[in-house]
Each structure stands twice: as structure tokens, then as C-alpha cells.
Design a binder for this molecule. Structure first.
Ligand code: SF4
Length: 185
């Protein structure tokens, strides 16, 4: 074989080898991410935590718009929303109510925007992952909450609904709130 022929063959072989290595590296990265994060096996089809971030999901009928941290597609093709929290799970072993409602909102968004039904969702706390079932009672609770929020948006006076000073300390409208639990900076 002439030197020219050898050089012509070497180039495509090198390209194929590089592509194979890149594919293997991406597969290893996805699998190790799922091992470390405690997520079930499946394909990540949507994410909001990196340069790959997708557009928000919309449910205009309900005035709802949002981005789950991840949407996983399991081996049986189910779509599973995953919300990742940096905090540890509550010591009660039960998720925070607000986090459950957040998943309920993703269930609704997945139905409206993607025409799919998620059987359950996951809240990934720092120390454990909790599974929330997409149940009709949860949907009713979400719709009631959305109704209440819409009413309160137009009300003259809305009472504080929590006793968490940390929440007021982080609040961006604390300076204008007469029910704040911390001194206004
Ligand atoms: S400062 Fe007012 S609006 Fe902000 S979290 Fe506290 S009570 Fe709610």
C-alpha cells in the first residue's frame, strides 16, 4: 500500500475513534451522574441545570409555566419530573408541602405541554430521594392553591401564611411588607 493510501485511510479511522471515545465518555458521564444523584436509570430528556437548559413548559389554561430540574424517560417510556433540592429532607421523612405542590405543578405542565401523564415524580434532597405519586387528590389541591393565589393577587390585604423568619430574611419584597418577621434592612 502506498504512503498516500495509508494516510488517506488513517484519517477516517482516527475520526471514528474520536467519535467513539466521545460517545463512550458521554454515556459514562450520564450513568455516573445518575449513580451519584440517586436518580433511577433512564434517559434525561429535559433539564434546567446546565448549558443544555430547555425552554419552560407552559399551561396557559391554568396560567402556569415552569421548568423541572430534570425530566427522565424511564425504560418503559414514562416521563418522570425530578426536582433537586440542596437541603436535607425534613426529619419527619415527609417532603415539604411546597415541594410536593411544585411537583404537582410539573405533573400538570407535562400533561398540558407534552400531552403525557407522569405516574410519579421525585424530590431529590441532599440525603434521600422521595417519590410523589401523581394522584387526583394532589391535582385538586394544586388547582385550589392556584385559585387561592389568583384571588389573593387582586386582594387589598393578604395575610402572611407562615412563621419562617429565614423565608422573610431572603424575601425580595420584605422592605415593602408590613408582616415581615425580620427587621427591614
Ligand atoms: S417578608 Fe412578607 S412577603 Fe416576604 S416572605 Fe415574609 S411575610 Fe412573605
Amino acid at each position: 500500500m502506498s504512503d498516500l493510501m495509508s494516510e488517506m485511510l488513517w484519517f477516517p479511522v482516527a475520526i471514528i475513534a474520536v467519535l467513539l471515545l466521545a460517545a463512550m465518555w458521554m454515556m459514562w458521564r450520564a450513568q455516573s451522574y445518575q449513580r451519584v444523584s440517586g436518580l433511577p436509570a433512564g434517559k434525561i430528556v429535559y433539564e434546567d441545570v446546565s448549558h443544555l437548559a430547555h425552554a419552560p413548559l407552559n399551561a396557559p389554561r391554568h396560567g402556569l409555566r415552569g421548568k423541572p430540574d430534570y425530566l427522565l424517560q424511564t425504560e418503559d417510556e414514562a416521563l418522570i419530573p425530578v426536582e433537586v433540592k440542596s437541603s436535607a429532607s425534613p426529619t419527619s421523612g415527609q417532603p415539604h408541602d411546597g415541594h410536593v405542590l411544585q411537583l404537582a405543578a410539573y405533573f400538570l405542565l407535562i400533561e398540558e405541554a407534552l400531552d403525557e401523564t407522569a405516574p410519579y415524580g421525585l424530590i431529590r434532597y441532599r440525603n434521600r430521594t422521595l417519590r410523589i405519586v401523581n394522584a387526583p387528590q394532589l391535582r385538586s389541591r394544586l388547582l385550589n392553591t392556584l385559585r387561592r393565589m389568583r384571588t389573593q393577587l387582586t386582594a387589598d390585604d393578604v395575610r402572611r401564611n407562615h412563621t419562617q423568619t429565614a423565608r422573610c430574611a431572603r424575601c425580595s419584597v420584605a422592605h415593602a411588607c408590613d408582616q415581615r418577621l425580620v427587621a427591614s434592612g
